[in-house]
Design a protein around this ligand. Structure first.
Ligand code: CA
Length: 338
């Protein structure tokens, strides 16, 4: 007789420890809680974790000595002080490429939120976010970030996932590097090996996705979920019909489209122009995780009254399965309240 309440208590515990929201929809912390702390720093990842994100994103590029670092650009100059610390190390285009630096050099850099130089002065991409150049942040490796998430999973009992992106695989190949094999090796080493592992591996490159799916993962003996990112219709127009989605589904488990591909930015409130993309993807068995949802001033499409409205329109009117946001707290709270 005692077993029944014990069992329901266990179920309740399992339920509250679940990383999925009640609706089964997921919140992906885009570059961490990047709305509040400098993107891709371990601090931004810890904050995203504490805010209840279900998955935390890592963009990955390779250093000269073959380390994988968590960085959005293949260059270091938008988010670090590399130009001050290593003057003279830029290529002819004026950019400082991560692939030209060893990890030990990158360790010396101070990381900040994104900025650009206007008349020689750094100007923040998002002026309302964490101030440029304040406190002390660094660039971390893929391994350090996985250990942060897995360590927090251990200490909290939660099971938050990772969502790595292979940045510009063609650029890395042109530099003689196979970044995808390196990423797969690290994932395998840290136990991400099966479809049910808490990981989605993403890339914008369909040729690379095919190589990962049909060569790299089989060679490594792993089989994890892959996401094809879609910036617009131009790169792979064939993907956008039923047949294209079926072909894509032979290699991918989901798509990560820019959100204007789902709801037309020219839509009016109460008259949303929703594309057939979600329906087609779902018909092919693909999950849909659009990007990037931002609550900063000026970032809201005209058709949405506020950030919750934007989330409602995508999660429940268009029916996406998850989304990338710089403000994971707001999306988690929205799902909890609904
Ligand atoms: Ca990304």
């Amino acid at each position: 007789m005692l077993r029944i309440p014990l069992f329901s208590g266990l179920l309740l515990m399992l339920f509250s420890a679940s990383v999925y929201s009640q609706s089964g929809k997921i919140v992906i912390a885009h570059r961490g809680a990047s709305g509040y702390l400098p993107e891709h720093t371990l601090e931004a990842k810890a904050m995203a974790y504490a805010m209840g994100a279900h998955y935390i994103e890592q963009d990955l590029v390779m250093t000269r000595d073959g380390s994988l670092i968590v960085l959005h650009d293949i260059t270091l100059d938008r988010t670090t002080d590399v130009a001050d610390k290593f003057p003279g190390r830029a290529r002819a285009d004026g950019r400082f490429y991560a692939i030209d630096f060893d990890l030990g050099e990158i360790r010396q850099l101070q990381a900040t939120g994104g900025f650009r130089l206007v008349d020689g002065e750094p100007q923040a991409g998002f002026p309302n976010r964490f101030p440029l150049g304040k406190s002390e942040f660094g660039v971390s490796t893929f391994e350090e970030e996985i250990e942060l998430v897995q360590g927090l999973n251990h200490s909290t009992g939660r099971d938050v996932g990772i969502y790595p992106e292979i940045k510009q695989p063609e650029f890395h190949r042109s530099e003689g590097r196979d970044i995808s094999s390196a990423v797969v090796e690290v994932l395998k080493r840290y136990g991400y090996t099966e479809k049910f592992s808490k990981v989605f591996l993403q890339t914008f490159s369909y040729p690379e996705l095919e190589i990962i799916s049909s060569e790299i993962m089989p060679a490594a003996g792993i089989d994890i979920r892959l996401i094809q990112l879609l910036r617009d219709r131009d790169a792979y127009p064939w993907m956008f019909d039923d047949e294209g989605m079926r072909i894509l589904a032979e290699h991918a488990d989901g798509i990560g489209p820019a959100h204007p591909l789902i709801i037309d930015p020219e839509s009016a409130a109460g008259d949303l122009r929703i594309s057939a993309l979600v329906e087609r993807a779902h018909a092919a068995g693909l999950d849909v995780h659009p990007y990037t949802f931002r609550a900063d001033p000026g970032q809201l499409p005209a058709y949405a009254e506020n950030f919750d409205d934007l989330l409602e329109q995508h999660f429940f009117t268009a029916g996406v399965d998850g989304l990338f946001t710089d403000f994971p707290d707001l999306a988690v709270q929205f799902l909890q309240a609904r």
